[in-house]
Design a protein around this ligand. Structure first.
Ligand SMILES: NC(=O)c1ccc[n+]([C@@H]2O[C@H](COP(=O)([O-])OP(=O)(O)OC[C@H]3O[C@@H](n4cnc5c(N)ncnc54)[C@H](O)[C@@H]3O)[C@@H](O)[C@H]2O)c1
Length: 246
């Protein structure tokens, strides 16, 4: 059993999908959660997490905008006093073959998936280094390792996340701050609902465990990496992919 009791976490892109599940699993293990998302919707994500008996606050913020992130992080530190865990999860896809990919589709995916992790980590790193402890978990993807046609923007952003993770791990290790990435395979969320049924069937066949994963599979891995039990793990990329990346 891990315990995150008394710890405070920021999770980006957390009003639905994997980010919401991460927030819930962190809360189930005792952590208070600050949910950051470009849209907080009807606030139900915050209520769901709060119902688990922890403090949860929502902050509307475009994580690819450094000024907005600085402003919101100041507010979070005022509200929670200390942040122990940062999960850089927000992400988007704008798939297309390179020949048809618009410049804005390349730029927006790089901005939301990669630039945001740099911005959020930079905004929080001195706080964590001063505390001489912290856990940063970045959401990569199997498609940042084994790439596919039609995802030049997404694959580049996720490969970039892996580089950022390893470099930051080296920089922060002496201060007790660990930085790791998770590389999910195909997980049942709004992102994969966009895929055609025949594409999903093809992936199920190729996945050694013969099914798509659930957001909880990813969230459990995040909770472990966020825990004291993972103190000696840094600079790693953990595949949560049913064996697809093996
Ligand atoms: N679903 C999968 O199969 C899968 C596989 C590998 C990696 N991932 C990664 O996991 C993460 C979560 O994916 P998901 O499937 O839950 O996606 P999702 O689309 O269900 O949720 C993404 C969340 O990010 C938020 N968001 C988007 N742009 C933002 C911005 N600029 N600022 C703040 N928030 C923003 C959205 O509002 C949404 O709540 C992403 O980084 C994704 O690349 C997903």
């Amino acid at each position: 059993m891990i315990s995150l009791k008394g710890k405070n976490a920021i999770v980006t892109g957390a009003t639905r999908g994997i980010g919401l599940e991460i927030s819930k699993v962190l809360a189930e293990n005792g952590a208070n959660v600050a949910i950051l998302d470009i849209q907080l919707g009807d606030g139900s994500a915050i209520k769901e997490v709060e119902a688990l008996g922890v403090t949860c606050k929502g902050y509307a913020c475009d994580v690819s905008n450094p000024e907005a992130v600085d402003e919101v992080f100041k507010q979070i530190l005022a509200d929670f006093s200390k942040v122990d865990i940062l999960v850089n999860n927000a992400g988007i896809t704008r798939d297309n073959l390179l020949i048809r990919m618009k410049q804005e589709d390349f730029d927006s995916v790089l901005n939301v998936n990669l630039r945001s992790a740099f911005i959020c980590t930079k905004a929080l790193s001195s706080h964590m280094m001063r505390n001489r402890s912290g856990r940063i978990i970045n959401m990569a993807s199997i498609n940042g390792i084994r790439c596919q046609a039609g995802q030049a923007n997404y694959a580049a952003s996720k490969a970039g996340i892996i580089g950022l993770t390893k470099s930051n791990a080296m920089e922060f290790a002496a201060r007790g701050v660990t930085v790791n990435a998770i590389a999910p395979g195909f997980i049942k969320t709004a992102m994969t609902e966009k895929l055609a049924p025949e594409v999903i069937a093809k992936y199920k066949e190729a996945i050694p465990l013969k099914d798509l994963g659930n957001p909880r599979d990813v969230a459990n891995a995040v909770a472990f990496l966020a825990s004291d039990e993972a103190a000696y793990i840094t600079g790693q990329v953990l595949g949560v992919d049913g064996g697809l990346g093996a």
